[in-house]
Design a protein around this ligand. Structure first.
Ligand SMILES: [Zn+2]
Length: 387
């Protein structure tokens, strides 16, 4: 077994950057823009528009928290559109906090978690730890159920991080962050693990340990009845704390929190979940079906876990239920309140939220003019300009 594994495994553990450059070159010029049914290129919808248009689909698959994200006021507060610099946002509303499906919450959670992890990874680097970015995949086909694939990944991960060999590595010193990434393509769902392993200075040969982890991954998946394509697994050293933190925390295709710019999926044929959501709300029934499968399969799953030596938002690894979004909003205390929107009017402004935020980012008066067009002049119980 070791002979048959030695050759394919020697190639996945590459020198820094080599795999990435290879993939980039292979996919250069193949970015696939969103097309409508007449082949016209459509720009991606802004997160607030996408969320608004996803609500009916979210309701249909029983995701009440997503369908109501941003539509209810936090107890004791009045929702408001606020502006800080050139960035506008709606604050004072309850959010779903889904790291998987929400166009509003997922990128913010990912950014927040990467931010929380970065100084911890940097601190381990200073203590002599060496981070490795590891991609763990499994073989799948068009008929593989996403739920089963997630189940298999989860069980194999448990095997990887338990047992005698893991205990021995752990006693030398290892920490990890485990995230997921996922696309859908010609061969169906492709969920995979993005993990960062940090090996302490007591680990004599991190490269050999990374190879051993890949070998143990293959063995774990096979013992569970699955298979692994060796080209799909990968381990690379990484000395950049920020890159390492983002690697595990971000689902590809998630909106960038600050700019609202979508990362394009680099493959010609595979789509990210956010590509699927964009297509679904524009009437693509197949994409809507796939997005629904994804929403159901990820419900209640932990997107990110880490070892005991690392912590997410100081709340251990149970932070998905914690008030991270509110904490983030508190950090971004508004410089200017543009308009107060009473809770009863939130549903009415929801379809226009992207336009309102864009207007608010330009100027308070632009936003107030837009609100007057949508809701009429300021009125008690509807909205009022602030200040
Ligand atoms: Zn949300």
């Amino acid at each position: 077994m070791s002979v048959s594994l030695a050759s394919p495994l020697s190639s996945p553990v590459r020198s820094p950057g080599s795999a990435r450059l290879g993939r980039k070159a292979a996919s250069a010029g193949r970015e696939r823009p969103a097309l409508d049914n007449r082949g016209v290129t459509l720009p991606p919808l802004a997160p607030a528009s996408l969320l608004s248009r996803l609500r009916p689909l979210a309701r249909r698959v029983g995701l009440g928290s997503l369908s109501g994200c941003g539509l209810g006021a936090i107890d004791g507060t009045l929702p408001a559109i606020v502006r800080r610099g050139e960035v506008a946002s709606l604050v004072g509303v309850k959010r779903c906090r889904s790291p998987w499906v929400c166009p509003h919450c997922a990128p913010r959670l990912a950014a927040r978690r990467a931010e929380v992890l970065r100084p911890q990874v940097a601190s381990l680097l200073r203590q002599g730890y060496r981070p490795w970015l590891v991609t763990l995949t499994l073989r799948h086909n068009r008929n593989s159920s996403l739920d089963e694939l997630f189940g298999l990944l989860g069980k194999a991960w448990s095997r990887l991080t338990s047992g005698r060999q893991w205990a021995s590595l752990k006693s030398a010193g290892v920490e990890y962050v485990r995230g997921y990434d996922l696309t859908h393509g010609e061969n169906g769902w492709h969920p995979h693990i993005h993990a960062v392993f940090l090996f302490s200075s007591q680990v004599a040969d991190p490269s050999a340990e990374a190879q051993r982890l890949l070998m143990r991954w293959i063995a774990a998946i096979r013992s569970l009845g699955g298979d692994v394509l060796r080209d799909g697994i990968d381990a690379q050293p990484c000395a950049d704390a920020e890159k390492a933190a983002r690697y595990a925390a971000h689902l590809s295709g998630v909106y960038e929190a600050s700019a609202g710019v979508k990362k394009q999926c680099k493959s010609l044929t595979s789509r990210t979940v956010f590509d699927l959501a964009q297509a679904a709300v524009r009437g693509d029934e197949v994409a809507a079906g796939l997005w629904s499968q994804y929403a159901v399969a990820t419900k209640g799953r932990r997107a990110l876990v880490c070892s005991q030596g690392l912590s997410l938002a100081g709340e251990g690894d149970a932070s998905e239920d914690a008030a991270e979004i509110e904490a983030q909003q508190a950090l971004e205390e508004p410089a200017e309140t543009v308009a107060v929107i009473y809770p009863a009017a939130l549903v009415r402004v929801d379809p226009y939220m992207s336009e309102l935020l864009e207007a608010a980012a330009r100027s308070a008066s632009d936003c107030r003019a837009a609100l007057t067009r949508i809701l009429g002049p300021p009125a008690f119980g509807v909205w009022r300009p602030s200040g």
